[in-house]
Design a protein around this ligand. Structure first.
Ligand code: NDP
Ligand code: MG
Length: 380
């Protein structure tokens, strides 16, 4: 059966790889119904020519887009994602932009392939309730969660999730080196080529903290039963431990094509983009160790926020996102990231979160507060 899909974030790291996967799967599997980009209209135009979508969105530079009636603004993105012509959407924007369109798509009965982890960090409880209520599929694209999804037969038989982390560019660097690293070093991830925001989060290990929260919601598992383990080779993408002590892991060469394709074709397994075949004998060794929470305090903070629940993950996520953007703009140094997020997280007043509107409001306010704090920061 041919399914109509919209790629939200088509010009990004996940979006472009998803289009490669879809191209390889062939025209009888998917029709590109919609493409949504930020401001890279040059690439968007190339994609429009090639995939001939019915609807197109751009958040910036819309006059450069070679398409009639280009959608724009917050409402435009939500309109495209929740258009009932979609059978499935791939949510691959970065940061908080993903939440509104994702919830709107779920409420219109559209399946979601979810790369945007911030959506679950901000509103995991509500999202998972809506997924049940509207009976849609929410399939993880994040490689660790895809791995876990592939390992679980029956969730009630699982005693622990084991989430692997490459450790990022600073795994073997001293605190002194980390403090004196520039943007280029922070963005130089040893295993994965990804968008800038997630790459900074991978250097601080905030990304792994966000993934713990993501896993808690996706698989309905207590935080105490989620373990993070450093595995620099990124071959074991994650694992689950069953009640009887058996551990099942998903392995593969590091490539996002596999989890993207799995989310799009689930429950089918199809021959797709052919990467090198896997060989245990060619992989000399697999190392595992405990994460260093003192060296990577963002990981600890994110897990604490997840455990507290309610407003805490929203506050942590919003302050982290704004702080990362400030780092990427050269306003603060790497060493300022954690203290900024921590300060907002520890001082922002607790409040009750009942509705999505409460979340949007709080997210907006925390961003403003974080920007105010950052304005007083020293320029490096
Ligand atoms: P990128 O920064 O590479 O891509 C982001 C995409 O979103 C781009 O197409 C960008 O457009 C678009 N975009 C930005 N702002 C808007 C907006 N306001 N409206 C619509 N589109 C917008 O990020 P990644 O692909 O790396 O990551 C996407 C998500 O997937 C993140 O949440 C990340 O955590 C998650 N993820 C990514 C992985 C990876 O390997 N990259 C692995 C696991 C999860 P443009 O470029 O045109 O401005
Ligand atoms: Mg991941």
């Amino acid at each position: 059966m041919k399914r109509k899909i919209s790629i939200i974030g088509s010009t990004g790291s996940i979006g472009t790889q998803a289009l490669e996967v879809i191209e390889e799967l062939g025209q009888d599997k998917f029709e590109i119904y919609g493409l949504a980009a930020g401001g890279n209209t040059e690439l968007l135009n190339t994609q429009i020519k090639k995939f001939k979508p019915k609807r197109v969105y751009a958040s910036r530079n819309i006059t450069n887009v070679d398409f009639n009636n280009v959608l724009s603004g917050d409402e435009g993105l939500t309109e495209l994602a929740s258009d009932k012509e979609n059978d499935i959407i791939l949510m691959a924007v970065s940061g908080h932009y993903g939440l509104k369109p994702t919830i709107a798509a779920i409420r219109n009965g559209i399946d979601i392939a979810l790369a945007n982890k911030e959506t679950l960090v901000m509103a995991g409880d509500i999202i998972m309730q809506e997924v049940k209520k509207y009976n849609v599929k929410l399939l993880p694209v994040d490689s660790e969660h895809s791995a876990i999804h592939q390992c679980i037969k029956n969730i009630s038989d699982i005693s622990k999730l084991i989430i692997t982390a490459s450790g990022g560019p600073f795994l073997n660097k001293s605190s002194y080196d980390m403090a004196h690293s520039d943007i280029k070093q922070v963005l130089n991830h040893p295993r994965w080529k990804m968008g800038k925001k997630i790459t900074v989060d991978s250097a601080t290990l905030m990304n792994k903290g966000l993934e713990v929260i993501e896993a808690h919601h996706l698989f309905d598992i207590d935080y105490d039963n989620i373990e993070v383990v450093i595995h620099p080779q990124s071959i074991v993408h994650s694992a689950v431990e069953y009640k009887d002590g058996s551990v099942i892991a998903q392995l593969g060469l590091p490539s996002m094509h596999i989890p993207i394709q799995y989310a799009l074709t689930y429950p089918e397994r199809i021959e797709g983009i052919k990467s090198k075949s896997f060989s245990f004998s060619e992989i000399a060794r697999l190392d595992f160790s405990k994460p260093d929470f003192d060296k990577f305090p963002c990981l600890k903070l994110a897990i604490e926020a997840g455990k507290r629940g309610g407003c805490s993950p929203v506050i942590m996520n919003a302050s982290n996102e704004e702080t990362v953007y400030a780092f990427l703009s050269g306003i603060i140094s790497y060493n300022d990231i954690y203290p900024t997020v921590e300060k907002i997280f520890k001082t922002y007043p607790e409040q009750k979160i009942n509705t999505l509107d409460d979340i949007f409001e709080l997210d907006k306010e925390v961003r403003i507060k974080t920007k105010e704090l950052l304005q007083g920061a020293k320029i490096i």
